[in-house]
Design a binder for this molecule. Sequence first.
Ligand SMILES: [Zn+2]
Ligand SMILES: [Zn+2]
Length: 346
Amino acid sequence: MTQEVVGNLHMHTPYSDGAWYHDQIALAASQARLDFIVVTDHNVWVQGPQGYHHEVLVLVGQEVHNNRRTPQANHLLVYGAEAELSQCAAQPQQLIDAARARGGLTFIAHPFDFPLKFMREPGIAWVDWNIEGYVGLEIWNYMSEFKARMPNRLLAVYYALYPQRAIRGPFKETLELWDELLADGQRVVGVGNSDAHAFTLSLGPVKRVIFPYEYLFRCVNTHLLLDEGLTGDVEYDKYLIYSALEQGHSWVGYDLLGSTKGFSFTARSASEHAAIGEEMRRAGAVNFDVEVPLPATFQIVRAGKGVVARAKGTKMKFTSVEAGAYRVEAYRKGRGWIFSNPIYVL
Ligand SMILES: [Zn+2]
Ligand SMILES: [Zn+2]
């Protein structure tokens, strides 16, 4: 029996450039009703805090990049390698291979990232695309999007006060890249994260913590469908979470617009059946079923072909005879709400 858990897989502590330590962040996660978090400090793997804190499973990954490179580029999220890998940071392929050799999963962090021009902060995108063996892309990074929506100081002050007006969804460049890779036949898992640091931003009259961990944990999260419920055993639960993550049994939800818990996307063809992240062989027509937990406008995207079906409300059925990677996007109040991983029809 599958079980849904909600978590966030990208955040920082004072071991790199974040404000709070693991236990305090776990308390914020528990208040935001997350089931798990993965802390990803820059170029350091902090082993000690893995375990349950405030009923939240705290796992520790890392965000690895070459510190000596200017301008900065190629931030890689690594989960489950259980060793420090920053010594491989200069060569992205070597880094991905080293993580894999240790059973780790790698995700390209904020593949597109735009400069914060008025503060002279450059964007930190991924630039070395001659790579293979990574598991997926961070299709939605809250802080990266927030930064991109602030073209000048005036709007920055406004959005610091009303962040929900800044956040719209994954960058279209990222979704296009994802579809390109999927249409090319690759399996690429999408995740969505906060990239929480809780640093303080001073902008003239406004001095704010941008943003508290708890606030961000109510925003862009990754929902996983586990093969079974969490047991309380740290090693086993880590295995359950990382397996679901690797297989893309998941979607990205902007839960601030309404909880995305209970979303479902499945496919059937004759006696074959597939859930999110799975592949299935066609036997004639394939029937897709989508159900969103609250009224929304939503669509099915077939990678490389664009939108193939649209609906409003909470349910949609769609039939196709074509092979391809099919994924769901849902919108509420004109903003991105749910971005599912694909079902792969062969
Ligand atoms: Zn980064
Ligand atoms: Zn980060």
